[in-house]
Design a protein around this ligand. Structure first.
Ligand SMILES: Nc1ncnc2c1ncn2[C@@H]1O[C@H](COP(=O)(O)OP(=O)(O)OP(=O)(O)O)[C@@H](O)[C@H]1O
Ligand SMILES: [Mg+2]
Length: 268
């Protein structure tokens, strides 16, 4: 196997400091993301997930280290083309509030030079894909949609230019559990039907386990472990990873203890 040809995104000893080298938001991070995989970056708030994502498409430049996309150093690629070739679903909603849903999806297509008729056709196709028919939702403004619907528009917009790579930064962070489940299923469906490579950021353990072909666990700017769910659950590489995955079991035990106490209380 020629591994080199299979890597779609490579981070090699990538670091980012925002304060001239006193502290590092990302610290010597090395990762390889393979074509067609759904790669999850998991970690708590402030551990460097968004910074890592933004360095992949050059929204942020690394302080040191090397990033390759499609076998080529991102520094040697035209930043505008690079950004257009990578779909980005931003953390938070990130839709333009003064544009309609149709315009929000079509803006990328406009930048790509699609004429009005083609923009309409493609926007319709994209909005159908995320179950928001253009006839019903196209002329509405973002504030006239629920949070989950707005997130779907964000996904449609990121897919507009048919990118091979989709970066999704906590796309469902603010949603309730049921809506989240639905959208997770949609992402898995999109991944299988459209054959995209997806880098998905979350701080939710269960979301990571539900979605990730592989999961990278980050802590304080560094990588603790990367592996399949079997690998990280069965062979945690560090105490941090072990504690992380033991937490739900501890919470369950605490919950059961409370239930037990209540039952005993009722029985008296
Ligand atoms: N533009 C910036 N200027 C200065 N510091 C920054 C900047 N962006 C991020 N940081 C700092 O870098 C660290 C990592 O931030 P980052 O946004 O990557 O975290 P995150 O893992 O995405 O967190 P969250 O889950 O809360 O979104 C944090 O300490 C943050 O305060
Ligand atoms: Mg973030």
């Amino acid at each position: 196997m020629i591994v080199g040809e299979l890597r779609l995104i490579t981070l090699d000893q990538v670091s980012k400091s925002f304060d001239g080298g006193n502290t590092f938001a990302v610290n010597k991070l090395s990762l390889q993301i393979l074509p067609g995989e759904l790669f999850v970056l998991l970690g708590s708030s402030g551990c460097g997930k968004s910074t890592t994502m933004k360095m992949i498409n050059r929204l942020i430049e690394p302080t040191s280290g090397r990033i390759e996309v499609n076998g080529q150093n991102v520094l040697d690629q035209d930043p505008v083309n690079l950004k257009r070739s990578i779909g980005y679903v931003f953390q938070g909603i990130g839709l333009f509030p003064h544009m309609t849903i149709e315009e929000n999806v079509g803006i990328v297509l406009k930048l790509l030079g699609f004429d009005k008729a083609k923009r309409y056709e493609r926007s319709k196709e994209l909005l159908d894909m995320v179950s928001l028919p253009l006839e019903t939702y196209g002329k509405r403004f973002p504030k006239e949609l629920s949070g989950g619907q707005q997130q779907r528009v964000g996904v449609a917009r990121a897919l507009a230019a048919d990118p091979d790579i989709l970066l999704m930064d906590e796309p469902f962070g603010a949603l309730d559990a049921l809506t989240r489940d639905d959208l997770q299923q949609e992402i898995l469906h999109l991944k299988h039907t459209l054959n995209k490579t997806i880098v998905f950021v979350t701080h939710d353990l269960f979301e990571a386990l539900a979605l990730g072909d592989r999961i990278a666990i980050m802590h304080a700017g560094q990588l603790e472990q990367v592996g399949t769910k079997e690998e990280v659950l069965q062979n945690p590489a560090t105490d941090f990873v072990k504690d992380l995955f033991e937490k739900p079991a501890k919470q369950l035990a605490a919950f059961q203890e409370i239930q037990q106490e209540l039952q005993e209380g009722l029985g008296e």
